[in-house]
Design a protein around this ligand. Structure first.
Ligand SMILES: Cc1cc2nc3c(=O)[nH]c(=O)nc-3n(C[C@H](O)[C@H](O)[C@H](O)COP(=O)(O)O)c2cc1C
Length: 219
C-alpha cells in the first residue's frame, strides 16, 4: 500500500529478533541495568547512544520534546545541560518533572526514565562548562535566550565572532547564569527489548520500600 506521499510507510517494517529479556537477566538496581545497556551500546559503536529524547510539559500540560545529551548517570540521577531560559527550561520551571527516552535501534532496545528534575549545583555546572571546548562555551553565550526567534543566521555568526574577539585564547569564558545542568531523579524506569511478532519484553521498575519492584508489562 502506498500512502499519498509515496513513502510506502506501511510496507516498511522490521522484525525484532536480536535478543530476549528475562526477569533473571535484570539487575536488581535499575541504574546498573541502564548503565549496562548504555555501555553495550557504547562498546558496539552506536552513534551517540547517550542522546535522549526529553519530554517536558508546561503548566497547562502542553508537551514538548527534544534531544539532549546525557552527561551523567549515577545514584543522584540523570544529568544533562542546557539553557535555563529555553523552552524546556521554562517548562521545567513551571512543571519540574520530565521523562527521558533512549532508543538504541540496532540493539532493538529502548529505555524510559521518569522523575522530578532539579538544577545541579552551580559549582558542578561551572566545572562541566569549563571542561567543554571553547567553541561550545562561546556558543552557550550566543544562544541567549535559546529557543527565541532570531532574524537570520548572520546575526548568530556576528555574535559568535564578537564573543571570539572578546574572549581570546587563554582568557577564561565565564559560564552564563542562564546555562547549566539539570538532574532527573529517576522514580520509574522501563526496559524494553523488541521481540518477534511485536511480543516485546518490557520490565518496569518502581520504588518499593527502599528497593525496587519490577513488573513485566504487556507488550
Ligand atoms: C543529538 C542532539 C543532541 C543535543 N544535545 C543537546 C544538549 O545536550 N543540550 C541542549 O540544550 N540542546 C541539545 N540539543 C538541541 C535540542 O534538541 C533543542 O533543539 C534545544 O535544546 C532547544 O530545545 P527547546 O526549545 O525545547 O528548549 C541536541 C540536539 C541533538 C539533535
Amino acid at each position: 500500500m502506498t500512502d499519498p506521499t509515496g513513502l510506502s510507510l506501511t510496507a516498511l517494517r522490521l522484525s525484532y529478533t536480536r535478543a530476549e529479556l528475562r526477569r533473571a537477566d535484570l539487575h536488581p538496581d535499575p541504574l546498573e541495568q541502564f548503565r549496562g545497556w548504555l555501555q553495550e551500546a557504547i562498546d558496539a559503536g552506536l552513534r551517540e547512544p547517550y542522546a535522549l529524547s526529553l519530554g517536558t510539559a508546561d503548566g497547562a500540560g502542553r508537551p514538548g520534546v527534544r534531544t539532549v545529551l546525557l552527561r551523567g548517570a549515577d545514584e543522584r540521577g540523570l544529568t544533562f545541560y542546557t539553557n535555563y531560559e529555553s523552552h524546556k527550561g521554562r517548562d521545567l520551571a513551571a512543571n519540574p518533572q520530565a521523562e527521558g527516552l533512549f532508543h538504541w535501534a540496532e540493539h532493538e532496545r529502548q529505555v524510559r526514565a521518569y522523575g522530578p528534575v532539579t538544577r545541579v549545583p552551580d559549582a558542578e555546572s561551572d566545572a562541566y562548562f569549563h571542561a567543554r571546548p571553547r567553541e561550545s562555551q562561546l556558543a552557550a553565550h550566543v544562544s541567549d535566550p535559546q529557543s527565541a526567534p532570531i532574524r537570520d543566521r548572520a546575526a548568530i555568526d556576528a555574535t559568535f565572532a564578537a564573543l571570539h574577539a572578546r574572549f581570546p585564547e587563554g582568557r577564561v569564558i565565564p559560564r552564563p547564569a542562564f546555562w547549566g545542568g539539570y538532574r532527573m531523579q529517576v522514580q520509574e524506569w522501563e526496559f524494553w527489548q523488541g521481540r518477534e511478532s511485536r511480543l516485546h519484553d518490557r520490565f518496569r521498575y518502581v520504588p518499593d520500600g527502599g528497593g525496587w519492584r519490577v513488573d513485566r508489562l504487556m507488550p
